[in-house]
Design a protein around this ligand. Sequence first.
Ligand code: F6R
Length: 261
Amino acid sequence: MEIIIKPDAKSGCVLFAKIIADLVKNKPNAVLGLATGDTMEPIYAELVRMHQEEGLDFSRVTSFNLDEYVGLGRSHNQSYRYYMEKHLFCNVNISTDRIHVPNGLATDIPAACQRYEEEIKAAGGIDLQLLGIGRIGHIGFNEPTSSLASRTRIKTLTEATIRDNAPHFENEKEVPIRVLTMGIGTILEARCCLILAFGVKKADAVASMVEGPITSMVTASALQLHPKTIVVLDEDAASKLQLRDYYRHVYNNKPAWQRYE
Ligand code: F6R
C-alpha cells in the first residue's frame, strides 16, 4: 500500500481527484469504480469543477458503483443512484448507457448480482476503484466477517453502519437493513484501488486496514493483498498509524516520475 498523508482534508481531496482525472486524461475510456458517502462528496465536486472549467471529458468513461440499498430505486433521495446523479452524473458528460449501479429494486437479486459481475468483466474490468472506509473498517458494504473472496451479493448492515448512515434519513428506522455490494473479491480485481479517509473517527479503522492483520473482521485489511492500493489521508485519519513518519519519508523522497503532483 502507498500511504499519502496530507495536512488536511481539502488538500487530500485535490490530490485524490487529480489521480482520477489523470487516469481519465490518459485513458479516456477508463472504467471507474465509484463510491458514495460523505467522504466522496468533495471529490465529485472537484471532478465536476474540472469538467466545467478545464474540460475534463467523461464521454467515454464507464462507471460501476460499489453498492446500493435494497428496496430503494433511483428516484428515492437516499438511494445511491440518486446520490450519484446529484453529485456527479448530472453535472458531467458521462453517457447514461455506461453508468452501472446495482439495482436495489431487482426482483431476482442473485441473478442481478451475477449480471453485475458479468458487466464488469465485459467492460474489461475496473481500472480504478474509489473507496471510502467505514468506522468498522468496511469497504463497499462488506461488513465484518464478509468473505475476503466475496463477489457482488446481498448483505445485511451492522447496527453500527445503520447508525452511521441514519443522519441522512428522517430516522434510523428508515435506513434499509440490506444492501447489494461488490464483494471483496470483486474489489481486489480492480487494477488500482484508491481509498480516502478523513477525520479522527476513521483513525482506528485506517490503522487496522494498513497495519493490522489481514482479517475478515476488518474487510479493508484485504487491500494489503492488492498490488496497487493508494491510501490518501489527512493528519487526523493518519494519527493512529505507527509508521506514519516512515510513510511521509517515503512520499517526500519519491522520484519525480512516481509522484502524483
Ligand atoms: C459507499 C461505501 C461505504 C462508504 C463508507 C464511508 O458507497 O461503499 O463503504 O465509503 O461507509 O462512508 P462515509 O464517507 O460516509 O464516511
